[in-house]
Ligand binder design. Sequence first.
Ligand SMILES: Cc1ncc(C[n+]2csc(CCOP(=O)(O)OP(=O)(O)O)c2C)c(N)n1
Ligand code: SF4
Ligand SMILES: [Mg+2]
Length: 412
Amino acid sequence: MPEFATDGGPTAARESGSPGSVEPPGSGGAGAAVRSEDPPGSRDATGPASPSSGQPVKFYQVGSFAVGNRLLDPSYRTVQSDALRTNALDSGHRACQGCGEALGARYALDAAMRATGGSMVAVNATGCLEVFSTPYPESSWRIPWLHSLFGNTPAVATGVAAALRVKGRPEVRVVGQAGDGGTVDIGFGCLSGMFERNDDVLFICYDNEAYMNTGVQRSAATPPAARTATTEAVGDEPGNPFGQGKNLPVLAMAHDIPYVATATVADLHDLERKVERAMEIRGARYLHLFVPCPLGWGAAPRDTIRLARLAKETGLFPVFEAEHGVVTAVSQIRRQVPVEEYLRPQGRYRHLFDPADPDGPPARPETVRRIQEIADRNIARYGLVGPAGSDAPGEAGPSDPSGRPYETGEAR
Ligand SMILES: Cc1ncc(C[n+]2csc(CCOP(=O)(O)OP(=O)(O)O)c2C)c(N)n1
Ligand code: SF4
Ligand SMILES: [Mg+2]
């Protein structure tokens, strides 16, 4: 196991650089070494004495631009100043402002790095995450990272896990990741195979509900009535039709794999906990992460977290965990929010409201009612509304879907 410094500095792991070694969290790899041409303080400089210890304080810059506030008493410091904070996805990537996928990937893979002591490899499908993080010849990843094809990420991840096993390195863990298109559409056959063989991979789907990288085309995760480039807001039923699409978390549960979870970028601690839980388990694991996309959804970048929270609080995106096909915990809704509150700030649902009176009653009340029905059905199905004032993860309620036939269609 590599050793990590706890004194505020990303001291290189003892094993770093040895054949087959994997960089530890925060080491920053070779790129973080102090170079003679670096200006003083840019990466590693000695500052004033710490008020708590009287020792000179060492400032380190490991690429996150988050020196933080290490002069403060530890109890007052922000998370950015934590010396053990990992940096899987570093600064310099080219995601849009407010990109939920960038935030989700950063937190998910940082948590996986912490859980594995940095011994991990990520395999990434084609899509926004791959494109914005690796503009050739640069990369924002500080972990071993492979780009697969759009549709074969689960198979490539399986192959990496098999190769590590054959090489006698089973402690190095594998994460596969893709957008919703790469997961629920073109990658689904490979993913089902990975689940069915119970291959030792955590697969993360970053669900922004369309093919964003290629210009916002519909996927099988696009919700009803949403406008995309291929489901335009025209005709009797504008936007994406009702009654289509796939419920991937439920399909993953139907494979009886050891662990399935859903999460949103509105609750990053919940996300981190679920990744940590997933890394404790061997075999096929699936995490479906809800990541708003300001560009594709016609939403303000500042609304990313709010929309993710509203998706959960309306019931449109149920947040839960399941083991071996049985729901074990749900994140309950504190205050059920009408779906209108979630739909209104998004340009992809603009056709549901009156452009002359965007804050007024819906122009298409019947469509909004049908979307509300989907939310209500999820709430009943997963037991999402618990005792008043409770929003803590709880036991699945009497409507635990594991005991029922799986539904398809509108139940996303
Ligand atoms: C076989 C194949 N078909 C189509 C493409 C073009 N393509 C690249 S990324 C992408 C959409 C990705 O959508 P998604 O998986 O949802 O990820 P997002 O960009 O939304 O994060 C498409 C269609 C491709 N690279 N390979
Ligand atoms: S298009 Fe959407 S998913 Fe892609 S980088 Fe921009 S905000 Fe992120
Ligand atoms: Mg997508």
